[in-house]
Every structure is written in structure tokens, then in C-alpha cells.
Design a protein around this ligand. Structure first.
Ligand SMILES: C[S@@+](CC[C@H](N)C(=O)[O-])C[C@H]1O[C@@H](n2cnc3c(N)ncnc32)[C@H](O)[C@@H]1O
Length: 279
């Protein structure tokens, strides 16, 4: 599987976004990744897998936590993400880190390979998240833990702005929906983990405020991550009107000193193997 995987589904969007992902001058993925690693309580010498590593928001803090006596492997299905992050790893001189193309749905490693499996803002993108969590449970050593982050309650101004953009989609283009899912709230997360043979030890909320110079900056940021999945379906000639409507919808996010600010909430869940893993 390693090296032969092709970006499909969500990863296809991130393949296009890789060059600007987390590089638009907005504080977002970095602080979320650092907090996930803090909650994972990684110790020097541990072996860590970071699934859906992107540009390394989780990978780099994890590498610092394991130190050179440990090891961190990052996997991502988007080859551009992997290539750019691998360059950053080399530039940073981190010989205890490797990054490779692999599918977070079923990572290709022997059972019991890791002390910690980390998944920052990725499990809800997978076609079969419950099966993926089961696979992560199998990859853990008996004393290991899985730490994931998922989105919590969204900033109403962000929801209004994305709805304003979606209103400009062509009539035959499906609107983004928010169906009930396995990570919707604490109860759903616990039930999902339980079904994967994992016992939740903590779920904490963490909020980050992100600042934008103006709506154009917000749009550049939207193109640089999963927001691209919506924007790429907007007809070119609708973009100015869509951007104007998004600006209006973001009125509640206007900061007193100028610019925009949005608060994003994530939930960080720590879980441990509940017993012998499922077959
Ligand atoms: C929202 S980003 C999060 C990246 C990083 N963990 C962070 O916190 O910044 C989601 C990442 O998951 C990757 N991804 C999506 N589906 C995947 C899959 N099936 N296997 C591996 N990676 C996947 C995307 O390419 C993208 O890099």
C-alpha cells in the first residue's frame, strides 16, 4: 500500500491545498495540534503514529515529545502533503521522523506497533471511521492510547458565511450537509470508541481564536484546507458575489480594531484499548 495509494475522497481536496495548507498566516491547525500532543502525554522514547499528518501540526510537536530516542511516523493519502512535510522534516534535521503515503482508513503496520496513535482533525473525513478506529486499536501496544480531535460547536458566523457561499453553488451541485455522525457530541464519541474496542478516558474541549485581515484573507484560508471542497464547485463568475455575501454574513465576526476573528472549538478525545482487540 505504501507509495501506491492515490488521493481519493477528502484527500484529493487536500492534495490541491497542500502548498498553502496552514501557510496563510492564520493561527488554527498549529495550536490545535500542539494541544492534542499535550493531551497525549507522550514520553521520550515512545513510538508514535500520526494519521492524516497534513503539514505536521501534530507531527512536529509529537517529534519534540518523543525526542530522538523515540520515533514518529506520519501518514497521509495526499502525496503533496507527504512530500512537503518530508522536506520540512529533513530541513529540521529530524532523523527520528518519517512521513509516507498511506491510507488512514487502514494503516499498513503490524499490530502493537505504537505507544500512541494520533489523529488531528481527520477521522470524520474517512469513509468508514468506525473501522479505522478499530484498526488503530489493533496498532496500539496494551499500554498505548489513541488521541483524536474532532470539531465541536461551530462559530455561528463561520456557519453563516459558509451557508452564504453554498447559496451560490450551481443548482445541480449537492449542498454541504451536516448529518448526524459518530463524532457529533461526547456521547456519540464515547459510543463510537466503545464500538471500536476502545475506552474513553477523557474528552476535553479546546478553543482557538483565529484572526483574518479581511474577507479576502478568510477566503484564501478557506481555499487552503477542507473549505476548498465547497469553493471549488463555485462557478468562477459567482465568486465576487459569493465573497460579498460571505463578508456580510461575517459581520458578527468583525473585530473592534479591524479585521475578522472567529473562534473554533474542537474536542480532544483520549482512549485506551478496552481489552483484546476485535478480530
Ligand atoms: C484537516 S487535515 C489535518 C492535518 C493535520 N493532522 C493537522 O492537524 O493539521 C486532514 C488531513 O487528512 C488527510 N487525509 C484525508 N483522508 C485521508 C486518508 N484516507 N488517509 C490518510 N490521510 C487522509 C488529508 O490529506 C489532510 O492532510
Amino acid at each position: 500500500m505504501t507509495g501506491s495509494a492515490r488521493p481519493t475522497g477528502a484527500a484529493e481536496v487536500f492534495e490541491q491545498a497542500a502548498a498553502s495548507y496552514d501557510r496563510t498566516g492564520v493561527s488554527f491547525f498549529g495550536p490545535f495540534g500542539a494541544e492534542l500532543v499535550r493531551r497525549a502525554d507522550i514520553r521520550p522514547g515512545e513510538r508514535v503514529l500520526d494519521v492524516g499528518c497534513g503539514r505536521g501540526a501534530v507531527l512536529f510537536p509529537a517529534a519534540q515529545a518523543t525526542g530522538p530516542t523515540g520515533h514518529v511516523t506520519g501518514i497521509d493519502l495526499a502525496p503533496a502533503m507527504v512530500a512537503l512535510t518530508a522536506e520540512d522534516v529533513t530541513r529540521a534535521g529530524l532523523t527520528h521522523v518519517d512521513v509516507r503515503v498511506d491510507d488512514a482508513q487502514q494503516p499498513d503496520f503490524p499490530p502493537g506497533s505504537f505507544d500512541a496513535v494520533l489523529a488531528g482533525l481527520v477521522v470524520f473525513l474517512l469513509p468508514q471511521p468506525r473501522q479505522a478506529l478499530r484498526a488503530y486499536a489493533r496498532l496500539l501496544r496494551p499500554s498505548g492510547r489513541l488521541v483524536i480531535s474532532t470539531f465541536g460547536v461551530q462559530d455561528p458566523a463561520f456557519v453563516a458565511a459558509t451557508d452564504a457561499l453554498a447559496a451560490h453553488l450551481p443548482a445541480d451541485q449537492a449542498r454541504p450537509t451536516r448529518p448526524a455522525g459518530p463524532f457529533d457530541d461526547e456521547q456519540a464519541i464515547s459510543a463510537t470508541m466503545d464500538g471500536a474496542g476502545l475506552a474513553v478516558t477523557s474528552i476535553v474541549e479546546h478553543r482557538v481564536e483565529s484572526r483574518f485581515d479581511d474577507v479576502d484573507h478568510w477566503m484564501r484560508w478557506m481555499w487552503s484546507h477542507g473549505g476548498r471542497a465547497l469553493l471549488r464547485h463555485l462557478p468562477q463568475d459567482r465568486l465576487p458575489a459569493a465573497t460579498a455575501d460571505a463578508a456580510e454574513a461575517l459581520a458578527a465576526a468583525r473585530a473592534p480594531g479591524g479585521g475578522l476573528r472567529l473562534t473554533t472549538e474542537i474536542r480532544i478525545t483520549v482512549a485506551v484499548p478496552a481489552g483484546p482487540p476485535d478480530a
